[in-house]
Design a binder for this molecule. Structure first.
Ligand SMILES: Cc1cc2nc3c(=O)[nH]c(=O)nc-3n(C[C@H](O)[C@H](O)[C@H](O)COP(=O)(O)OP(=O)(O)OC[C@H]3O[C@@H](n4cnc5c(N)ncnc54)[C@H](O)[C@@H]3O)c2cc1C
Length: 427
């Protein structure tokens, strides 16, 4: 259609067929540009396919102002972008391509089919409808310039011409999905500043090895707080998981960005788990008294069954310093209170985060100061655009990262198309 009316060298080349790249390519095509989408892997959307444990939490049900709050990495940069293309727009977009979505507890939005492959399928239909030329197994090595403007890209196979290039190469986490940080190298070669890539939404290692005893245990409705040099920095309520090396799960991932930054700065960083956040210390003590009355002739290790998951009981008793064999009615008030305090503040010392490759997202990336948020155009090179995780923007868990990638892709695709169609009319 429209796309085919344009000459190839006057078109838009999109680098990277992830969430941002697919959205950008389709929008550029719908806005009248000839578009080639170049993807390094053998298929599109490898990371989308594994997102949300294969269910793809594609956005978060919230208004733009609320969404912006969920990006510790440069949320303000997204302000106009998310107002134009918020979660409602995204859901309407997917509905147009046959993908119905549903909101789960906490506002997370998933496909009704609960299959990430249906998200990629809908995006593929959209690309086809726009007449985008999709080329897989094409790795872009560098951007070609002529008179200081973009003139195309170089791949292993040769030069592909284009008046505008949108770079959507993602971050540097989960490199098996194709996002191996190529965009950062391309950015630096073009004179862009790259804010040091580092892990965000990443599991954390602990000094205490008792976590191994409870590995696999998932705790719901706990409050975890982050303490740096003895000061409380943040607290999150929800679900967490013990692993063989430390901690993971949504609450931990959300706190990980700040924890990792403090650890990198050489600070002493601890996490405190409040196992009973719905009870005050006094209420919990009353609850312990009641339970202990009921189990007064049992051993201490048998008296916590109603209060804690089984595997955690021996750990908690050991940490409290109480003899597990001790009969409950022999326990002192001081011992009971010590136990209560531990249940409200089970403390772990952090030693580090897992590496960037194991992070759900990459914090850092192409400096937002060098990108115009109205168009996602580079302020350094004419005809160059950036979208998605390659940009120094990152969100917490809950669908925010895909929402940001889609919204940036939407705007960059349209802006690049207007740029080339305007240029084509001039030439
Ligand atoms: C395990 C996991 C689960 C996740 N779950 C969720 C979730 O449920 N909800 C959510 O919001 N976010 C989730 N995320 C984060 C989200 O998937 C990413 O933030 C999002 O995919 C970023 O989109 P993108 O298009 O910028 O990059 P990507 O999706 O990473 O796409 C980049 C693409 O560029 C290609 N590429 C790279 N270099 C080149 C090159 N030189 N030439 C050509 N092509 C290239 C890559 O092969 C890749 O296909 C998850 C991430 C992971 C790792």
């Amino acid at each position: 259609m429209m796309a085919q009316q344009r000459t190839a060298d006057g078109g838009v080349v999109v680098v990277g067929g992830g969430a941002a790249g697919m959205m950008a390519a389709g929008q550029a095509a719908m806005a009248g540009a000839a578009v080639r989408l170049l993807e390094k892997k053998e298929r599109l959307g490898s990371k989308v396919l594994i997102s949300g444990k294969g269910r793809c939490n594609l956005t978060h049900d919230a208004r733009a102002e609320e969404l912006i709050e969920a990006y510790p990495g440069n949320g303000r940069f997204l302000q106009g972008i998310l107002h134009e293309f918020d979660s409602g727009r995204l859901r309407e977009f997917f509905a147009e391509y046959g993908l119905e979505t549903k909101t789960e507890r906490g506002g997370r939005v998933f496909p009704v089919s609960e299959a990430a492959k249906d998200v990629v399928q809908a995006l593929s239909q959209y690309l086809q409808a726009g007449g985008v030329a999709v080329e897989c197994r094409q790795t872009v090595k560098e951007i070609q310039l002529k008179d200081g403007r973009v003139s195309g890209v170089r791949t292993a196979a040769g030069v592909i011409p284009g008046k505008a290039v949108i770079i959507c190469t993602g971050g540097a986490s989960y490199p098996g999905t194709g996002s191996t940080g190529d965009g950062y190298r391309i950015a630096q070669a073009l004179g862009h500043t790259v804010v040091t890539p580092r892990p965000s939404l990443v599991p954390l290692r602990t000094r205490e090895d008792w976590v191994q005893e409870v590995q696999g245990l998932s705790l719901r409705n706990v409050e975890v707080s982050l303490w740096v040099r003895g000061k409380k920095k943040a607290a999150k309520f929800g679900e967490m998981l013990f692993t063989h090396f430390g901690l993971s799960g949504p609450v931990i991932l959300t706190l990980s960005r700040e924890a990792d930054e403090a650890l990198r700065a050489g600070e002493e960083v601890r996490l405190q788990i409040d196992l009973k956040p719905a009870l005050t210390q006094e209420q919990l003590d009353l609850r312990l008294q009641r339970d202990f009355q009921r189990f007064s002739n049992k051993q201490c290790k048998q008296a916590l069954d109603d209060l804690l998951p089984k595997s955690l009981i021996p750990v908690v008793i050991r940490l409290s310093g109480i003899d597990p064999e001790r009969v409950v009615h022999q326990m002192t008030r001081e011992e009971r209170q010590r136990l209560g305090k531990l249940l409200k503040a089970l403390t772990l010392t952090l030693t580090g985060a897992l590496p960037l490759a194991a992070a759900i997202v990459t914090a850092g990336g192409v400096d937002v100061k060098e990108i115009d948020p109205k168009t996602l155009a580079s302020r350094k090179v004419q005809g160059l655009y950036w979208a998605g995780e390659v940009v120094d923007v990152d969100g917490v868990t809950g669908g925010y990262n895909l929402q940001a990638a889609f919204a940036m892709g939407y705007r960059a695709g349209r802006a690049a198309a207007y740029y080339v169609t305007g240029e084509n009319q001039r030439s």
